[in-house]
Design a protein around this ligand. Structure first.
Ligand code: FPP
Length: 254
């Protein structure tokens, strides 16, 4: 599906090299979407999975390098057991249903987060999808499930400490790159753009290290209502921003 010639109307005058390469999304508002319609929360998640499908297809069509979606946080285990069970089964069913599309669009499937607590049936589909898509050459689709950024950083610190204890790593040689290579995201580019739906202005323990310089775009729209148009608006807004990474940006005459 990655097609160099696909440029939606809203992005027609935005130079392609100003588009983000890696977009990360906090998909929020499924519960509110359902509540507003007098439906159970799980209906919001079901519709949320449809939105995942549309947004993934559009990101792939736009030729982005990576899309990372926050599907279940390490804090989401505090939800009612029946909601958790539904979300885990939705994850499994999503992978079974979407695998042919993932392959058709040559997406590489990856995950972030710990495996413990995730039902065996879902993990089997995860492993199957990762293996089947490993040699694909299109966009990387990365789902963060049972993921928490602080825990990820603590896990990385522990791994480095163990290597140092065993004499395999000189503590004085630890750099930002050393730590980055011990994170779940080792080898992935950092997100350029974070999209958050449902209006909340927080990072919610998502990719804290990796998003040090990400641009943030928040919409009041609830995740199940998200459309391709919102994605185009976010990319358009991103392209207008001057990313200075702590420097002074483009030289001026001042
Ligand atoms: C946040 O909405 C959403 C989640 C915690 C789950 C995200 C899951 C999906 C988008 C669907 C399934 C995804 C896949 C990949 C199959 P919320 O429940 O916190 O909404 P609220 O803040 O309005 O209550």
């Amino acid at each position: 599906m990655a097609n160099a010639l696909y440029i939606p109307e809203l992005l027609a005058d935005v130079p392609r090299d100003a588009w983000p390469r890696h977009v990360a999304i906090i998909m929020d508002g499924n519960g509110r979407w359902a509540g507003a319609r007098g439906l159970p929360r799980i209906e919001g998640h079901r519709r949320g999975a449809d939105a995942v499908r549309h947004v993934t297809e559009e990101c792939s069509r736009l030729g982005l390098a990576q899309l990372t979606l926050f599907a279940f946080s390490s804090e989401n285990w505090r939800r009612p057991p029946d909601e958790i069970a539904f979300l885990m089964d939705l994850y499994r069913r999503y992978l079974v249903k979407e695998r042919p599309t993932i392959m058709k669009n040559s997406l590489r499937f990856r995950t972030l987060g710990r495996r413990d607590g995730i039902p065996a049936g879902a993990l089997a589909e995860v492993d199957r999808t990762i293996a089947a898509s490993a040699a694909n050459t299109g966009m990387t689709l990365c789902l963060a499930v049972n993921y928490g950024s602080r825990r990820e950083i603590a896990d990385a610190a522990r791994r480095l400490a163990e290597r140092a204890r065993d004499g395999r790593l000189d503590p004085a040689a630890i750099t930002e790159e050393t730590l980055a290579s011990a994170l779940d995201t080792a080898g992935m580019p950092d997100p350029d753009l974070l999209i958050r739906t449902a209006g909340e202005m927080r990072l919610s323990n998502f990719l804290l290290w990796q998003m040090s310089y990400a641009e943030i775009w928040v919409t009041e729209t609830l995740w199940p209502d998200i459309t391709e148009q919102h994605l185009h608006e976010a990319i358009r807004d991103f392209a207008r921003r001057e990313r200075r990474f702590g420097g002074l940006g483009a030289p001026t005459n001042k």
